[in-house]
Ligand binder design. Structure first.
Ligand code: MTE
Ligand code: MO
Length: 202
């Protein structure tokens, strides 16, 4: 199929149904990071669950690889208006992660934390019940560093800035605490189907 003029093409009815308002389809996988790609060493990599400042559980890279694996295929939507269909991911679901830690999530919100000091907030309800994973593989390959490898959060039903790259932990919080982009004017929740791009969007 020719790709010339791809962006000018009117989407098919099927495509249009799958595109949230204000989005267009891209065959590419753009890279969006606020800074340089951090170098993450697997020998020292750790993933930690915390309640406030208190550590609840933590895994080395090898321990993390031994956790149950989940696969998910579907569409992702970036607030900069591109959407990508049929992306394929593998990793550890947050349900399995919390079960492996032997915890019941203690608060209704969490903040994902990353090696580049990025943070983003999500309600607990949006990451349980099979809705989110810590992804380590994309398209059958280890996740590329520029896309968040070795591991990133994947919350595909929210705008993609909620899918923190280079994650090293999740912090449970009592309140919905704004993360990096949420402090800079992005919406606290970020539902693409309700077009919740900026903080003053309903
Ligand atoms: N740690 C970290 N995670 C991040 C970002 C970042 O700068 N640092 N950018 C966010 C934004 S704004 C987007 S749109 C997506 C982009 O993911 P991609 O580069 O894999 O397309 O990652 C999100 N996760
Ligand atoms: Mo973004």
């Amino acid at each position: 199929m020719a790709t010339r003029g791809f962006f000018g093409m009117r989407p098919s009815a099927e495509t249009a149904k799958r595109l949230p308002p204000g989005q267009h389809l891209t065959p590419d996988f753009p890279v969006l990071s606020f800074g340089p790609t951090p170098r993450v060493d697997l020998a020292t990599w750790r993933f930690t669950l915390k309640a406030g400042a208190k550590p609840l559980a933590s895994w080395s890279w090898d321990e993390f690889q031994a956790l149950p694996q989940t696969e998910w295929q579907g569409d992702i939507h970036c607030v900069t208006t591109w959407s990508k269909f049929n992306t394929a991911w593998r990793g550890v679901s947050l349900d399995d992660l919390f079960a492996a830690a032997g915890i019941t999530p203690p608060t209704p919100f969490l903040l994902a934390q990353s090696f580049d000091d990025y943070t983003t907030n999500v309600p607990l309800a949006d990451v349980i019940g099979g809705k989110a994973m810590i992804a380590t593989h994309f398209g059958g390959e280890p996740l590329a560093p520029e896309h968040g490898g070795p591991a990133r959060l994947l919350v595909p039903h929210l705008y993609f800035w909620k899918s923190a790259k280079w994650v090293n932990g999740l912090k449970f919080t009592e309140r919905d605490e704004a993360g990096f982009w949420e402090l800079r004017g992005y919406h606290m929740y970020g539902d693409p189907w309700r077009e919740q791009r900026f903080s003053d969007d309903p």
